[in-house]
Design a protein around this ligand. Structure first.
Ligand SMILES: [Fe+2]
Length: 253
């Protein structure tokens, strides 16, 4: 895994970043750049841009001046927000309530990233908050919740943590029956304290499989991109939910 910029369409770029656990094992992270109009760009998530990737982004965005907003969609992905605010000083920074607490130096917008006001501002994007789990878990080690963003024009689904893609070579995938989509390993710990929480999460994920069936690329923060042919994303997500439903439904009943 190395830092990389992946162009998915004329209007969507996914930037693969490094995130080293304990300074060693690279679990990866991401941000995406979306062109939302002529000379208008937004980022999904923050990442410290360096070298050739930075040069390319700056060239695309009139040296950053065309970046009008940064939508930080994961409450626990806060490491790069301060640098991003320095790199794109004219952008409006949206985040969760946790972003404002953790990175108070950034001039956060009053509207939260998950608000209807932000969704209305960007009709080019669709947003969904998982049902049945905490968005901001009191247990700081549980990062399963996040705001998912779908860009229908490019078929890109940007998701941090809630869904993961294991970074395995395609050759290995062809010979081993490995799942295309994995749920966050601590998802069970994020369930709301109600008996139907697991079922509600699974029902929500099945709605995503239907509503965003046009997904052609799943951009998962940890830690890979996964490409899908027609119908394959829905099939893979439904398979993941089918495996998880019995365990999640039992978790709080
Ligand atoms: Fe994460």
């Amino acid at each position: 895994m190395a830092e990389e910029i992946v162009q998915l369409s004329d209007t969507f770029w996914n930037i693969r970043g490094d995130l080293r656990m304990g300074g060693v094992f690279n679990v990866g992270t991401q941000c995406s750049l979306v062109k939302v109009g002529e000379g208008r760009f937004v980022f999904l998530d923050s990442y410290t841009l360096k070298g050739e990737i930075r040069e390319r982004i700056m060239a695309l965005t009139d040296q950053g001046r065309s970046v009008e907003a940064v939508l930080n969609v994961h409450p626990f992905h806060t490491l790069h927000c301060a640098q991003m605010a320095k790199d794109f000083p004219s952008a409006t920074f949206y985040g969760s309530s946790r972003h404002a607490q953790q990175v108070p130096d950034v001039d956060w917008a009053a509207d939260l990233v998950e608000s209807d006001a932000v969704a209305a501002r960007y009709p080019q994007l669709s947003f969904s908050m998982p049902d049945g789990i905490d968005y901001i878990c009191a247990d700081e080690s549980v990062h399963a919740g996040s705001l998912l963003v779908y860009h229908a024009e490019s078929g890109a689904l940007h998701v941090d943590d809630t869904f993961n893609v294991l970074p395995l070579p395609n050759a290995l995938r062809k010979v081993l029956p490995l799942p295309e989509i994995a749920l966050h390993p601590k998802l069970k710990d994020a369930l709301l304290d109600t008996p139907d929480a697991g079922a509600r999460f699974c029902d929500w994920a099945e709605r995503i499989a239907s509503d965003w069936s046009g997904t052609r690329t799943l951009c998962a923060a940890h830690s890979a991109l996964s490409k899908f042919g027609e119908g394959e994303f829905s099939e893979a997500l439904r398979a993941a939910i089918k495996r998880a439903r019995p365990k999640l439904s039992k978790a709080r009943s």
